[in-house]
Design a protein around this ligand. Structure first.
Ligand code: SF4
Length: 70
C-alpha cells in the first residue's frame, strides 16, 4: 500500500535518529537543528526504513500514513 511520511517540525528536537535509520529519506538542517523530510512519498523498498525512522523518533515528530491509490 502506498504511504506518506509527515514531519511535525515543532515537535522535532534534533536527535537525528531518523537520519541514522533512513538517510535516504531524511536530511538534517544544522542551522535550525531540525530534521528535513527529503522524500514525502518514499518507495515501497524504503518502507521498513521509513517505519523505523518513525518508531525511533523520541519526540514523536514523525507520522507514517497509509494511503489508498485511486
Ligand atoms: S528523530 Fe525525531 S526529533 Fe530527532 S531529528 Fe528526527 S524527527 Fe527530529
Amino acid at each position: 500500500m502506498a504511504y506518506k511520511l509527515a514531519l511535525d517540525a515543532d515537535k522535532c528536537r534534533g536527535y537525528a535518529n531518523c537520519l541514522i535509520e533512513a538517510p535516504e529519506i531524511w536530511d538534517f538542517d544544522e542551522d535550525t537543528d531540525t530534521a528535513v523530510l527529503r522524500l514525502e512519498h518514499p518507495s515501497q523498498g524504503l518502507r521498513a526504513k521509513a517505519e523505523a525512522s518513525a518508531r525511533g523518533c523520541p519526540a514523536g515528530a514523525i507520522t507514517l500514513v497509509d494511503q489508498e491509490r485511486p
